[in-house]
Design a protein around this ligand. Structure first.
Ligand code: PLP
Length: 373
């Protein structure tokens, strides 16, 4: 994308919210700010800077590429890569001082080979205690740790796991089981003389709802961005949403009762009404289906229904019969306007998904505007 931003549509990211959320989460345990996927759409480098300013001590990314981006932005904090990368990425990861997660003997071999004659390279080993995504099984993990130690060039710096249902109180038994398996692995390794510097297990949900999962580091993504991991979780610390999705009305017209709007002509005006066009569409992450599930936006401090299917670049809104709406008026798709608020979770609930997906969907064509620096 060019630097130009003529279209009046933007994602406003309040870095003071990121800083304050990081500070609040840091009161629970040392914080690893998870900034994968462009910081859940918020902008990785800016969020990383704000999270570190708020007290985070680690950053985490999904890909080596994302770690490279942080280093290129001048960020020198510890960066954990959450999945074992392919062998061809390891030399660059080493050169940039990224901390790899390893869980296969092949991965350990490739990482050790990538260190050259350089400094010893601290790595984290991941054990799969029940999520069944990635990680060495409790039976295999000893061999992976042995390979790390035997390599001579790698250091067993961290041991971690990931919880599958920490956001669901109805499944607490499984979280307890995962944490027990993790403890068994940790103490087994310690018995064999392998003691990592850092042990970690908690995502946002566990950090907020399972104090026994906090250990030495909590890996928080969604909570850092100011959202609950699940609506049923009441955070023990105050969190404030950082991102708002906004635009300005690009066109206004009055339509008579019985007119039909957008592709498919699926919305019919119930009465003579004022219809505003908003320059954001599904190419920007505003799901096309949001119309049929009852999606609304805020105009003039009021909730107004999306009128007709969302198109690629634009959507229409029924502002009501007497609305005083003009080109240039602010529209809020996520965030607040006056007393009214549309949260990422409320949009997610309409769509049958989670706040994470709504935030990550905000596309690269939408400029990020930073406030609260
Ligand atoms: C994405 C991710 C997290 C962060 O999850 P949140 O629920 O957003 O806090 C933590 N750990 C791992 C392994 C992840 O993949």
């Amino acid at each position: 994308m060019s630097e130009r931003a003529y279209r009046p549509a933007w994602a406003e990211v309040d870095l003071s919210a990121i800083r304050e959320n990081a500070a609040a989460l840091s009161t629970l345990a040392p914080l690893c700010a998870v900034v994968k996927a462009n910081a859940y759409g918020h902008g990785a480098a800016e969020v990383a800077g704000a999270a570190l300013a708020g007290g985070a001590t680690w950053l985490a990314v999904a890909l080596v590429e994302e770690g490279v981006q942080l280093r290129e932005a001048g960020i020198d904090a510890p960066v954990l890569v959450l999945a074992e990368p392919t062998a061809d990425a390891m030399a660059e990861a080493h050169a940039l001082g990224l901390t790899l997660t390893l869980y296969s003997e092949a991965g350990v071999k490739a990482a050790a080979g990538a260190t050259g004659d350089g400094e010893p390279w601290p790595v984290h080993v991941k054990v799969d205690t029940g999520m069944h995504r990635v990680g060495a099984s409790p039976e295999e993990v000893g061999a992976v740790v042995d390979a790390v130690t035997a390599s001579g060039s790698l250091v067993f710096d961290g041991l971690w796991t990931h919880l599958a249902v920490a956001d669901d109180a109805d499944q607490d038994e499984f979280t307890t089981l995962q944490l027990a398996r993790f403890e068994e692995v940790r103490s087994g390794l310690a018995g064999a003389g392998a003691v990592p510097r850092i042990v970690h297990a908690a995502n946002s949900a566990a950090a907020l709802a399972h104090p026994d999962a906090r250990h030495d580091l909590i890996r928080c993504g969604i909570a850092l961005y100011g959202h609950r991991p699940a609506l049923a979780i009441v955070p023990p610390v105050e969190l404030r949403p950082a991102m708002s999705l906004k635009a300005r009305v690009s066109y206004v017209r009055a339509l008579d009762a019985g007119e039909r709007i957008s592709y498919g002509r699926r919305y019919e005006t119930p009465a003579r009404t004022v219809v505003a066009t908003v320059p954001l569409g599904y190419a920007d992450g505003v799901t096309r289906r949001l119309f049929e599930v009852g999606g609304e936006v805020l105009v003039g401090g009021r909730r107004c229904p999306i009128a007709g299917v969302v198109t690629m670049d634009q959507l229409m809104v029924d502002c009501g019969p007497d609305a005083d709406v003009n080109v240039g008026d602010e529209v809020v798709l996520i965030g607040s306007q006056g007393e009214a608020e549309i949260t990422a979770w409320s949009v997610a609930e309409l769509l049958g998904t989670i706040s994470y997906e709504v935030l990550c969907a905000v596309g690269p064509r939408v400029p990020r505007v930073y406030i609260g620096r």
